[in-house]
Every structure is written in structure tokens, then in C-alpha cells.
Write a protein that binds this ligand. Structure first.
Ligand code: NAD
Length: 236
């Protein structure tokens, strides 16, 4: 079958080889914090200071000189630039490593938001975030304190780009799911939305809860698996 339309879903695993920890290690914590503490509206209400500090620390790590896009990001950029048909890249990642590997911001759909952005809770306007901000930072639009929050989708909030993603998923010939655990919804359901005729390939260090829904699971680090896979797709 000729491939014309590709949808790619990436998760925290693709950035692991850049030194950014994934969401859920075996102990169920994200960078030593309970997920509901730092990734829920209730957690933010309970302890805003902790949540600001958590995302400020993640941003400072992301902006440190040793964090760079890895081979996995670079290969996906090559696929998007060289493929003759349409490629849609949907990421659960809040980092900007896809963009830093050469993609334009319009080519990357951040369904869970972006670490490098902040949002005014009053007007919903989005701004580039400084390295660090908190409840003492004056909002650029309303000039008030306490209105800014990280531009991150927390548990219980609606992800971005869902309608657009569903449209692309239901009409694609190849679906690649890379470095995602299949535990976070709705992204975990994306594979089930692809048409019967679509070829579905998962790339992960190990099998996941949704592996049985794929035609093929390529086991290994994204930085090793993707150069081979991308070459195959470009030659198909
Ligand atoms: P997850 O942490 O739940 O799962 C990561 C998956 O990647 C695991 O299945 C793991 O086996 C796999 N993996 C680890 N290293 C890999 C590698 N080198 N190559 C291939 N696969 C590898 O992540 P998720 O499913 O993306 O969960 C989503 C949540 O995590 C999102 O809400 C996202 O915002 C958040 N998150 C993002 C980042 C980031 O932006 N880099 C980092 C941590 C958490």
C-alpha cells in the first residue's frame, strides 16, 4: 500500500535520551513528586508555590546547555521534511525539543501544552515564559499579580488540538507511536481511532498496555530504532 498520510504521536520516551526524565518511573513519581501534586488544578490550588517551582525547575533543566534534541527528534524532522505526503506530529511532550531539531512551531501540536509558555488565567492569553515566574510575576496583559499559570494541560483539563488530531487519525495510512506508555488518556486511545487499513507501529523500550493494538512493536531506544524506521518509510 502506498503511504500518503502519516500521523506520529510522541511521548516522554523520545526525550529520555536527551536527559529529560519520563513521566512515570517505576515508583509512580514525576521527578520525585506525586503526579496529582504537580499536574492537577487541585494541586495548583492547594500549593501554587510548589507547582510554580516544579515547572520553573523543569524549564531551567530544559534550557540547560546539556539538553539537546537527540537522534530520535532529528530523524522525525528528516521524515517531516523529506516525506512526499502529509505528516502530522502530535506530541504529549511539554518540552520544545522537536522545534529545536528544526521543526517550525506550526508543525508540532503540543496536546499537553508547552513548558516555555505561560497563560493568563483571566484573559487566557499565552506568552513566552521567562526562565522563572510565580504568583509575584506581573501579568503582561492585565498588569496584575497572581494571574499567570504554566501553559500545561493538567489531569482533568481538556488537551489541545483534539478535534484536529481526531480528523487526522481517522484518515491516515501509517500511525507511529513513539516513547509513550499508553497510560495517559486520550492519547492512549489514538491507535484505536486509526482506520482498519492503517499500518500501526509502536516504538518503545518495552511492550506497553496498548501494544496489542499495533501491527508491529519495535523494541529499543527511539534514537536507535528511528533512523532505520524513517529510512524504510522514506523508501516505501
Ligand atoms: P510516560 O513517562 O508515561 O511513558 C514514557 C514511555 O517511554 C514509557 O513507556 C517508556 O518505556 C518509554 N521510553 C523511555 N525511554 C525511551 C526511549 N529511549 N525510547 C523509546 N521509548 C522510551 O510518558 P507519556 O506516555 O508521554 O506520558 C505523558 C505525560 O508525560 C504527558 O502529560 C507529558 O506532558 C508528560 N511529560 C513530558 C515530558 C517531556 O516533555 N519531555 C517529560 C515528562 C513527562
Amino acid at each position: 500500500m502506498k503511504i500518503e498520510k502519516i500521523v506520529i504521536l510522541t511521548g516522554a520516551g523520545i526525550s529520555a535520551e536527551s536527559g529529560i526524565k519520563t513521566f512515570r518511573d517505576a515508583d509512580g513519581l514525576w521527578e520525585n513528586h506525586a503526579i496529582e501534586e504537580v499536574a492537577s488544578p487541585e494541586g495548583f490550588k492547594r500549593n501554587p508555590k510548589l507547582v510554580y517551582e516544579f515547572y520553573n525547575a523543569r524549564r531551567s533543566q530544559l534550557n540547560s546547555p546539556e539538553v539537546k534534541p537527540n537522534k530520535g527528534h532529528q530523524e522525525l524532522t528528516r521524515l517531516i521534511n523529506e516525506f512526499h505526503g502529509e505528516v502530522t506530529l502530535i506530541t504529549q511532550n511539554i518540552d520544545d525539543l522537536h522545534e529545536r531539531s528544526g521543526l517550525s512551531t506550526k508543525d508540532v501540536w503540543h496536546m499537553h501544552g508547552e513548558l516555555q509558555k505561560m497563560r493568563c488565567q483571566k484573559t487566557q492569553r499565552i506568552f513566552n515564559a521567562p526562565n522563572s515566574f510565580d504568583e509575584e510575576t506581573e501579568c503582561p496583559c492585565c498588569q496584575e499579580l497572581g494571574n499567570l499559570r504554566p501553559h500545561i494541560v493538567w489531569f482533568g483539563e481538556m488537551p489541545f488540538y483534539l478535534d484536529e488530531a481526531f480528523e487526522k487519525l481517522t484518515d491516515c495510512d501509517l500511525f507511529l507511536s513513539i516513547g509513550t506508555s499508553g497510560l495517559v488518556y486520550p492519547a492512549a486511545q489514538f491507535v484505536a481511532m486509526t482506520p482498519q487499513t492503517c499500518r500501526r507501529i509502536e516504538v518503545n523500550l518495552n511492550e506497553t498496555q496498548v501494544s496489542n493494538q499495533f501491527d508491529e512493536c519495535r523494541v529499543g531506544p527511539a534514537g536507535v530504532v528511528l533512523p532505520i524506521l524513517v529510512e524504510e518509510v522514506l523508501k516505501a
